[in-house]
Design a protein. Sequence first.
Length: 278
Amino acid sequence: MDTALTLFQLRYIQSSWYQELFQSSRDPLPNASHYVWQMCHDMREWFDSLPDTLPGAFRDLFELELLYSYVYCLAPSCRVLTVSAYGKTLIFEYSITYMQKMYQITKDPQNKAFYTYHDALRVYFVGSQFNAVLTESQDQLLNRIIPFEQLIPGSPPPPPLPPSSGGANNIDRSTTCIVQIKEILRTYGERWDDSNALLSSFESQAQPVLSSLYHRKNPFDGLSPQNSPPAFLSQSSFDTVSNYGSHGWQHLSPPFSGNDGGQENVNRSRSPYGPQIG
């Protein structure tokens, strides 16, 4: 019962910012950064208040909820159309952390009770956001340039970055994250066939990024036809899975979303940030 109440508390926060950002209006949100930082702060306080007696499996589940919610709240929305440079850094870092944890879970045969096809949809969504910010701000993210974010008096501070990853460079971290996303979707595809459509779509999105990462890692390496990356697919990822069926995309809404904005958000999915779900 205590665990259910804890989840309800998070759902209350999620519902608040989802309604504000996606359902309430099309008008630009005044002081957008202030609002997003406040919602991220509220979710962080929720996570920090989890009792020490909470079983490890539930804590892992709640941490994934937190990371996913961070990315979703920071991503472009109906009322916040652009993401700040620091917001892109947060999406980049939280996405990597999310995938590291999801990858470990999918490889652990003892840790699958709480995970369903809906998690494949979440992996696809977070992966699309990761791919989008990396495509748009590659120099900033790969060179670990942390943008300055001015504090507004009376407003909460920006969300903190996850703990440092040590000596790994961001080219290797980005490549590993993309590989993990594909492996997670491939693993889920063994159980849910629809996950294979998500995998195909993500591979099309990520291929130009992987090619760019390879050239940055090996600037003087002349690629032969045998080991060069596949050709860039210029079509939108949603074109790739256009025959997936409208019934399939309806499930892209998270459990705390409404049901009346799904098709509209699918139509908005052709933004450079990839699919919006909700």
